[in-house]
Design a protein around this ligand. Structure first.
Ligand code: 5GP
Ligand code: MN
Length: 337
């Protein structure tokens, strides 16, 4: 498969690289790193994000070159129609690109998927899917080195890949962090990624308003010890009152999960403009939130980190959560941590 990809990349092509909607560090990191690589192979590369990405990622190399689909739909659509290849990074289904889904479904191009989520759709002509990987960025590293091009990894590309590995592993804390992940991170430092500087740019992002919003989130925290569960809500009004900026709520759910006897945490964030409540689920040990998000919250993700949405109002959404938990009681109480 690597051979097929290598052959395909021998001639210059028009290529579009796409992360998932609401892209995170792994999505933007993998797309920008791959872009840096493909440009060196003389391809004409366009990066198209379904929507804007949070400010804490806007310093990443090449990030200013993204075409944002929901802001520049005509330009993005034209690039997609011209594309001879599209790369789908950090997602494994067209619907994860939000509004771009329809255009993608009608494209006649060569689709490549590189992703580490479970249960991939089979839209791609080449599918690199490995749920045992810490991150898509780690997969991009293995792809580039696997085709013998380690020497083409620039400090900028190393920075992008290090960032995605850092954010998707919760700073090398999650179980998905393997000895190989650590070796890849070390190699990326050798290749020019500055760990201290990256950590500062990603994590030292508090503003007074984000801090206040965190205070609101923590005061809304509810703990259900009988289910070893904790959850947080944030209404649109609470977001507005605290000058919510995209990305501000990143990581809030981890405060709920950090309670010592909690194994399952969920945050619910109202998005009035979309008429939904966006939710993030996190777990410890073997408790599988990917399955839970797929079954109840119209979403998915990984075993220990998943997302989804609710179309009910906040009160009804809370009632739904409370009604779901009894079915998981045994599993929650038995989860070893
Ligand atoms: P987050 O909660 O940080 O937005 O996402 C956690 C994980 O779940 C990420 O791997 C993300 O790609 C996945 N995820 C988040 N929201 C959704 C969703 O609505 N649908 C699916 N299938 N996956 C999601
Ligand atoms: Mn990822």
């Amino acid at each position: 498969m690597l051979q097929t990809l290598r052959e395909r990349l021998q001639q210059p092509h028009k290529i579009v690289i796409i992360p998932h909607k609401n892209p995170d560090g792994d999505a933007i990191g993998s797309v920008t790193a791959l872009c840096g690589y493909l440009e060196q192979l003389n391809h004409e590369v366009t990066m198209i994000s379904p929507n804007e990405f949070p400010d804490f990622l806007n310093w990443l190399p090449l990030s200013e070159e993204f075409v944002i689909y929901d802001q520049e739909t005509d330009k993005a659509t034209e690039k997609l129609k011209e594309a001879e290849m599209t790369f789908h990074l950090d997602h494994n289904a067209f619907h994860r690109t939000g509004q771009m889904e329809e255009v993608l479904q009608n494209l006649n191009t060569f689709f490549v998927m590189v992703d580490h989520h479970q249960q991939p759709d089979n839209f791609a002509d080449l599918t690199f899917s490995d749920p045992s990987m810490s991150s898509t960025c780690e997969m991009i590293y293995h792809l580039i080195t696997g085709v013998g091009d380690a020497k083409l990894i620039t400090p900028a590309m190393a920075t992008s890949m290090y960032t995605g590995i850092l954010t998707d592993t919760g700073s090398f804390k999650y179980r998905s962090t393997t000895p190989t992940t650590m070796r890849v991170a070390a190699d990326l430092m050798d290749m020019g990624a500055n760990s201290e500087s990256i950590n500062r740019k990603i994590y030292d992002v508090n503003t007074p308003s984000r801090m206040k919003l965190l205070g609101v989130a923590l005061s809304n925290l509810r703990i259900l010890p009988e289910y070893r569960t904790a959850f947080i809500t944030l209404s649109q009004q609470e977001l507005d009152e605290n000058n919510f900026n995209k990305g501000d709520t990143e990581g809030f759910v981890n405060y709920a999960l950090s309670l010592n006897d909690v194994v399952f945490a969920q945050i619910f964030i109202e998005k009035e403009s979309e008429g939904i409540i966006k939710t993030s689920l996190r777990s410890k040990g073997d408790f599988d939130v990917n399955l839970m998000a797929r079954k109840h919250w119209d979403g998915g993700g990984h075993r220990n980190a998943a997302g989804g949405k609710s179309e009910l109002d906040m009160d009804a959404t809370m009632e739904k959560l409370i009604s779901i938990l009894p079915a998981y009681e045994k599993e929650l109480l038995q989860t070893a941590i």
